[in-house]
Design a protein around this ligand. Structure first.
Ligand SMILES: *[C@@H]1O[C@H](CO)[C@@H](O)[C@H](O)[C@H]1NC(C)=O
Ligand SMILES: *[C@@H]1O[C@H](CO)[C@@H](O)[C@H](O)[C@H]1NC(C)=O
Ligand SMILES: *[C@@H]1O[C@H](CO)[C@@H](O)[C@H](O)[C@H]1NC(C)=O
Ligand SMILES: *[C@@H]1O[C@H](CO)[C@@H](O)[C@H](O)[C@H]1NC(C)=O
Length: 373
């Protein structure tokens, strides 16, 4: 009798079975099916516990959002089995170099207070924004951001919206100091497309989400880039003017929060977000702006499929001290006209010395190991 009691106490206190909330069994199965998760038995117990914790955190946040304490809501998604530490750790990294040697000769877009701007802009309404894509388990957000602004710039210039190749940038722009699925920057991507004299379409050079040997075929190029422009760093007014008057803009952000991991709708407001250039870890496409109630927002397109966020999109807080660094490293490409020549890319050794004065960083975004846990 006493032995049974002791065994019962030992089993109960080991906690290995009891960490589960039985009433969530069905929800868990559904989530695994939806996101095609297949774990070993040992792994499943860990992932279930993390998922339950995230589920409870999301429900708690949303109760408070309903009460008006937050301006945005969270939702369970494909990243539900990752703790915030795993999420942050696995998709932020220090590689590459944000300040390129090419920046020395760049024109910089500055704001002009005499230009009047519309209250809201959404480039999707002009049919110049490609459908939301999915970078999968490859840290190529920089390629998706750069390709996104090239696609839109080309559509605005020619009236033709065509999906272009991220994989070409992943495989072929190592010479411009990009690192494929290991990270890169949008300005380096633009320089590559200028140097390569063009970029292929998504269908002629499809995305595989892994690093491969470059198989770029110059005869297949559809779009040529001749130059690119950096927005004055940290200037949200300049950024607003650029997205209103030029088109979608490539931007870098700090995305390293569980609130970002599970964002679903509303105006994302994360006061703990960082904005200095070496603190940014993700890249997205800015496609407009607006105001909900009295909350100014930036409209952002992500590359984590339509399962993430608001059908793949997000509203981020605008005009609050450059929150999440959205105006810190923004830029856009200039598509070649029939009579324009690519701007020569200066490569001076002196710049490497200058660049080292900046903290060496890159945009790592989201890596394979996340999926291999
Ligand atoms: C178990 O999950 C349900 C929702 O399915 C929730 O209402 C309840 O609070 C959870 N119980 C515990 C102990 O977390
Ligand atoms: C899960 O993985 C196991 C072992 O790799 C395999 O036998 C099984 O068919 C997989 N199940 C599903 C639903 O993919
Ligand atoms: C559960 O989530 C909270 C935040 O909601 C976090 O602080 C805690 O570390 C998490 N625990 C586990 C085991 O993941
Ligand atoms: C600002 O815009 C006005 C007209 O929109 C233009 O005339 C002026 O040259 C611009 N100023 C600068 C500094 O670009």
């Amino acid at each position: 009798m006493q032995l049974i009691l002791i065994i019962t106490i030992v089993v109960l206190s080991s906690g290995c079975v009891l960490t589960y909330n039985k009433t969530r069994d069905q929800q868990w199965s559904l989530w695994k099916d939806t996101h095609k998760k297949n774990y070993s038995t040992a792994e499943e117990s860990v992932r279930r516990a993390v998922w339950e914790n995230n589920t409870e955190m999301i429900e708690e946040h949303n109760l408070q959002a309903d009460l008006g304490i937050y301006t945005y809501w969270l939702g369970m998604n494909q990243y539900g089995d990752l703790t915030v530490n795993e999420f942050v750790q696995k998709y932020t990294g220090l590689i590459g170099n944000m300040e390129t040697k090419y920046n020395q000769v760049r024109q910089v877009f500055v704001s002009n207070s005499t230009v009047s701007l519309p209250d809201s802009v959404d480039w999707r309404n002009q049919n110049v924004v490609e459908a939301v894509k999915d970078q999968g388990g490859c840290g190529a957000c920089w390629a998706f951001s750069a390709v996104g602004s090239i696609e839109s710039a080309y559509a605005i210039k020619t009236g033709t919206l065509v999906s272009l190749s991220e994989q070409q940038l992943v495989d072929c722009s190592g010479g411009q100091r990009n690192y494929g699925c290991g990270g890169g920057t949008m300005d380096h991507a633009f320089v590559y497309v200028i140097t390569a004299s063009g970029i292929e379409t998504e269908s002629s050079y499809p995305y595989t989400a892994v690093d491969q040997t470059c198989v770029f075929n110059p005869t297949e190029t559809t779009v040529q880039v001749c130059d690119f422009v950096d927005i004055a760093s940290g200037d949200e007014v300049a950024l607003q003017q650029a997205v209103a008057t030029i088109g979608p803009i490539s931007v870098a952000i700090d995305a390293g929060r569980s609130s970002f991991q599970f964002y679903q709708s509303g105006v994302y407001n994360e006061p703990t977000c960082l904005q200095r250039i070496f603190e940014l870890d993700h890249a997205v496409l800015l496609i407009g702006y607006g105001t909900d109630g009295n909350h100014d927002y930036w409209l952002v397109k992500n590359s984590w499929s339509t399962d993430w966020g608001d059908q793949g999109y997000m509203k981020m807080t605008r005009n609050q001290n450059n929150q999440c660094g959205i105006a810190t490293a923004a830029s856009y490409p200039i598509i070649c006209s029939t009579n324009t020549q690519p701007v020569q890319q200066m490569t001076s050794d002196a710049f490497y010395m200058i660049s080292n004065m900046w903290l060496v960083i890159g945009i790592y975004c989201f890596v394979k190991t996340c999926y291999d846990l």
